[in-house]
Ligand binder design. Sequence first.
Ligand SMILES: Nc1ncnc2c1ncn2[C@@H]1O[C@H](COP(=O)(O)OP(=O)(O)O)[C@@H](O)[C@H]1O
Ligand SMILES: C=C(OP(=O)(O)O)C(=O)O
Ligand SMILES: [K+]
Ligand SMILES: [Mg+2]
Length: 577
Amino acid sequence: MASSQALNFFVSRNSPFLNTSKPSLASNFGFILKPLLSTSPLILKCSLSSPNLDPLTIPNNGQFSVVSKNGPASDTSAIEVDSVTEAELKENGFRSTRRTKLVCTIGPATCSSEQLEALAVGGMNVARINMCHGTREWHKGVIERVRELNEEKGFAVAIMMDTEGSEIHMGDLGGTSSAKAEDGEVWTFTVRGFNSSCPERTISVNYDGFAEDVKVGDELLVDGGMVRFEVIETIGPDVKCKCTDPGLLLPRANLTFWRDGKLVRERNAMLPTISSKDWLDIDFGIAEGVDFIAVSFVKSAEVINHLKSYIKARARDSDIAVIAKIESIDSLKNLEEIILASDGIMVARGDLGAQIPLEQVPSAQQRIVQLCRQLNTPVIVASQLLESMIEYPTPTRAEVADVSEAVRQRSDALMLSGESAMGQYPEKALTVLRSVSLRIERWWREQKPQEGLDLPNIASSFTDTISEEICNSAAKMANNLGVDAIFVYTKTGHMASLVSRCRPDCPIFAFTSTISVRRRLNLQWGLIPFRLSFSDDMENNLNKTFGLLKARGMIKSGDLVIAVSDMLQSVQVMNVP
Ligand SMILES: Nc1ncnc2c1ncn2[C@@H]1O[C@H](COP(=O)(O)OP(=O)(O)O)[C@@H](O)[C@H]1O
Ligand SMILES: C=C(OP(=O)(O)O)C(=O)O
Ligand SMILES: [K+]
Ligand SMILES: [Mg+2]
């Protein structure tokens, strides 16, 4: 028996283990108990410590009785799905499942196991760690806790690591959480290093060329304009600036400087997209097996291709998806090639709004989201969706409208930043994203607004063209027939993404045999990823899936389903027997 194979044991109902989530009960047999929901079979996993244990030799010590055994996962047994989605599906039915995926940035407000669990239960599909902040040890702890929760509670939360990037930003503010800059005050921005804390009204800057690149009269924007200064004097490494728009300075806030109303790109434009610190963080991410790496301040497709080949060389088995963050003028110029090269895109509105005039951000967002859908690349809309909820328990009407707009544009995912990382109401903010998504998705299905978006043919081979046509037709049929779900059997996830791209009215059950593909699908609109081993025989696959899903109460006889697969190029329509 292989070391990580899962075995399904149906344990009698009166087993004392059915109400426990502690994995230790059977650990003396080298097995881990993993009860899912009370009606589910218990899954016993063979642990690495005793890989050769024969399952039939597990002693029945009187505490539970093994009624039947389904054999190893590679034959017939387990189907894995996120326990939160499973519960949602059972409670409210197919139509009510949320299609828009949710990403939460994890920070001091959400890093404990209890807080992470609350977010997972609240619908977090992806946990994002931002390498701009915190230490690697801190991030490692978060990753471990997420993995533990997935294992113990049946969640399927994926991990996204976001690189710092080499743009200009302020230092740590000597350990304080913020500093207030008042109108007219003179502050010193300096490239000097300080061993102890900075003198008063002094801010360190991470980019050595800063003091030489800025000129008297330049405007210095903190966080894209949250606080503004005017440069009044430069003295060696020190730049003296007068505050013109007061506000709160936050640690490691981004800095841009503007001359005659234009963003100045001096030597900092030559900084590499991936800094040497970023490469170390990327090595860390690969070692930890994160699911996504998001690259900050991408300028062209080249860096994405470079990182993808680096990952391939370093981590042959792992399948880390690379997300390009669109947050610079260059990335907008090279948008199409970047989207084509990347596994996902983030509309990083925070920094984007510091690089282009704010009033251009909404149209840029719309363009990016549409192009991503056309080119079949998942897209996340990020930053300030519910900014006021960092401090207040209810969002502003404008924020709700902003979230609605991103859902209406049919983006794959929405992201919380400060709201979940350091805000006072992380769970409430997530609830707002969830309920607004559900409401707008329902409105969409009821109103069927004219979409006016062509989905061009994107396949690069004839076989791909067939897959694409099958998915387009399946989605159209699903809408016209009002089916309950589309089933897609997919080895690489590609076929599932093609169905998702059509944004059908019903949920999409995506069956895949690898853990990494399953986690990646977490970011894509409408997909409910399942892990299931399947064969090339569709008849067999369907019967097996129906059996397993019926046993879990996730479908019932009579439900209408459309099935497609990338092994057999066909569309099947059938009622669940
Ligand atoms: N790992 C962390 N440790 C401490 N604070 C964090 C961490 N991650 C995020 N934060 C806080 O949450 C805020 C919002 O997060 P995010 O948007 O990801 O970063 P930024 O504001 O730097 O773009 C940050 O400004 C920071 O104050
Ligand atoms: C998501 C963004 O990046 P970060 O939070 O890393 O600055 C952004 O700029 O909007
Ligand atoms: K970042
Ligand atoms: Mg950014």
